[in-house]
Design a protein. Sequence first.
Length: 238
Amino acid sequence: MAFSDTDISLLYASTLLQGLPMGGTFEAALRTREQQLSLSDDEVFLEAGVCAPGLYLVAHGTAELVVSTPDGGEKIVEFVRAGGMLAEETLFNGRPCLYSARTITPAAILHVPEAVVGEWLTASPQFALRLMGVLAERTDYLQKDLVTFCTKGAAARLVCYLVCQFDKAPCTADGSLSLNITLPRNKLASRLGVSDSHLSRAFNELEKQGLIVKRRGGIFIPDVPALSKYVCPAGCDW
């Protein structure tokens, strides 16, 4: 099924294309039916090992990036939601993609071949600068995620991922925050590199301290600064 005008608008509002001139160079690719992926949940749309897979932009829905483990299982390395992208690290380097990508929910995802990305770079200096900026931010995020993974326990990893997002802790007038957690608990545990039981204990630990309040479909955080201080007493590491 072809993308709707709403899907196209969501793509133009994505991190990579937001604010760039609509039409012309980008419009043709966004409306090329062969590049529009209308997917149901639990569909693999990118296999690990594919060389030069191009770029994928998520209009709506959520996908997971997974790698195989030596014991034959899977490890989730990241989630990609509406407005995000994936496989950008493979552009123009000839290296194979290290992970597979699979939908968690129904999704509309645009597949932009590497050659088309090259045309965008040639035609739009604005896009070239935006792509470099996004790649730099992504590198910074991954470096901080690695340090967090290596140095923090389950509760701190949970807080960093759901709330702080490293140096992007949300600010509200009263310091509170409501989070709607739509990810299955086992998938979140895999992403954080902890067992399901460790993740449950992390939630229980934070709840026991009064730092989170469980609600149907998510959690309520009465005091974000207090929660951050609980896992980083000297202040956010970043």
